[in-house]
Design a protein around this ligand. Sequence first.
Ligand SMILES: C[S@@+](CC[C@H](N)C(=O)[O-])C[C@H]1O[C@@H](n2cnc3c(N)ncnc32)[C@H](O)[C@@H]1O
Length: 243
Amino acid sequence: MKQLAYTGLAEWFEYLNDDCGYENWSQYLIGQLRAYSLRDGLDVGCGGGWFTRAFSRAGYRMTGMDISPEMLDFASRKSLQEGVRAEYILGDISAKKPPKRFDFVTAINDCFNYIPKQSLDKALKNVAGALKKGGVFLFDISSPRKFQEKIANTVSADDRDEVTYLSFNRVEEERAIMEVTLFIRRKDGAYDRRDETHIQYIYTEEEMLTALHKNGFTVCAVEGHLGEDKAQSDRLCFLCKKE
Ligand SMILES: C[S@@+](CC[C@H](N)C(=O)[O-])C[C@H]1O[C@@H](n2cnc3c(N)ncnc32)[C@H](O)[C@@H]1O
């Protein structure tokens, strides 16, 4: 039976994603945040909380928010294990404004690609509503180039001792559909199978800039991943301020 995105994958996401360079990536983001005087942060689409924990270690007072209870469960356990202070709240950024205001909001590693096009304005309005005036919004999306050149009509696979990951990927107009299957090794050596569908929406830089301006943000910079040339990068990273 197919499950929602980040159900079975929640327990394995950070492990399977350990080659994304979390450490460098978080240091780059912290470098961006350091240019401002900030204390309270909300990490939207925090998932297992890697960035939330890194920002907390860097001295920010962090809240992580995610639509997936399974991801939040992992994030809470991991924070406890690592002795990192962070609060976690369940929520859909396109449905409801977070319960308080923050100095900054982050949404790192594709969270906004999961927002359907008809919900983008609502999601950005909710981010604006969660920020104090002049607050910083730092987020990224996977670039259209990545979807067209690296995701369309591919199969991604990762075979580890405890878990095997397969993803059958296709691009249909403005969205990418990823059919993910996990085989998780049990203690008795048999495998449990979990299937989930991920749908990501492909946003151009121009589309995102228009939506940001419309919803009360000034865009300070748009860069590629870790400051790369955005024309060549798999990611577009937006640094914005609430007007
Ligand atoms: C690719 S994961 C990234 C997780 C984490 N930021 C990381 O890099 O390890 C994207 C996350 O966005 C969350 N997400 C997707 N749509 C969301 C929404 N509408 N509101 C809040 N979180 C959402 C997913 O549940 C998932 O945990």
